[in-house]
Design a protein around this ligand. Structure first.
Ligand SMILES: Nc1ncnc2c1ncn2[C@@H]1O[C@H](COP(=O)(O)OP(=O)(O)OP(=O)(O)O)[C@@H](O)[C@H]1O
Length: 255
């Protein structure tokens, strides 16, 4: 299977803390890939390195066969096809659900500043198509009819879905989800799992960090386990569950 994202020898230090130690990973195309590990293992740091929020000290990052230089900024990573959600939801709270998605769609808009000021016919047509596509995305994540709701008044589960819709608006090849099930009740988590499966079926690859190990094992095609900044295991969920190093890392970490 072709590689989607390749990391080789990624290193990241924060002062005296060696957060990522020689991390190498190959994430294949057409995959839901999970990243797990005890608290402080380096998952968020690795996620931030993948999505450009942190610059790794050294190492190689490739996406669909092309190098993604470590110095690229988050918006440049997004332009190359990797979108993300955050552990702490980051919506525009005072905007409507639909506006939150439309803002993300506008980042792909072709209208220049003059076109936007004079609202030419071309700009109006593009605006209409952005609105329609944003409405489709709302429906896609199970929020049809909620477009006019102010984001902060939505339920927690809906806010998480809206974040996913907003990330999908950029039409990424890889959607990265930072603890998508955090704070969700069992029904919301089950609905989320169905949505993630649907996203993959519709040809967007998914990478997720998640503390809910049961969800990861039920959902992911492959899983990598980080411990103390190192990849200690990689494989299918059943391989991971049977791996003594993984069992030790979790029992040792008290989880
Ligand atoms: N911005 C930062 N500055 C300094 N140290 C940091 C920073 N971000 C992470 N660290 C440290 O790097 C190590 C890895 O942290 P990281 O948040 O990546 O782990 P994690 O696996 O995501 O943990 P959790 O599951 O608790 O979110 C920890 O020792 C953490 O304290």
């Amino acid at each position: 299977m072709a590689d989607l994202l390749v990391l080789e020898g990624i290193e990241k230090r924060f002062g005296g803390i060696h957060a990522l130690k020689n991390v190498s990973l190959r994430i294949p195309e057409n995959c839901i890939y999970g990243l797990i590990g005890p608290n402080g293992a380096g998952k968020t740091t690795l996620f931030n390195v993948i999505t450009g929020l942190y610059e790794a000290d050294s190492g190689l990052r490739m996406f669909r066969g092309k190098a993604l230089p470590l110095t690229l900024k988050p918006h440049e990573i997004l332009q190359r096809g990797i979108a993300r959600t955050f552990q702490n939801i980051r919506l525009f709270n005072e905007m409507t659900a639909l506006e939150n998605i439309m803002v993300a769609r506008h980042s792909k808009s072709k209208a220049g500043v003059l076109g936007a000021i004079f609202r030419t016919a071309g700009v109006r047509a593009e605006e209409q198509s952005i609105r329609e596509r944003s409405e489709q995305l709302l429906e896609y994540v199970g929020m049809a009819g909620k477009g006019d709701r102010i984001a902060r008044t939505l339920s927690y589960g809906d806010q998480r879905r809206l974040e996913i819709a907003r990330a999908l608006a950029a039409e990424p090849a890889l959607l990265t989800l930072d603890e998508p099930a955090a704070g969700m009740n069992p029904t919301e988590t089950a609905d989320l799992a169905k949505l993630i499966q649907r996203i993959r079926t519709d040809r967007t690859n998914v990478l997720l960090i998640e503390h809910d190990v049961k969800l990861v094992m039920g959902l992911c095609d492959r899983v990598a386990v980080l411990d103390f900044g190192q990849v200690i295991a990689e494989g299918t969920p059943s391989e991971i569950q049977a791996n003594p190093k993984v069992i030790e890392a979790y029992l040792g970490g008290g989880e």
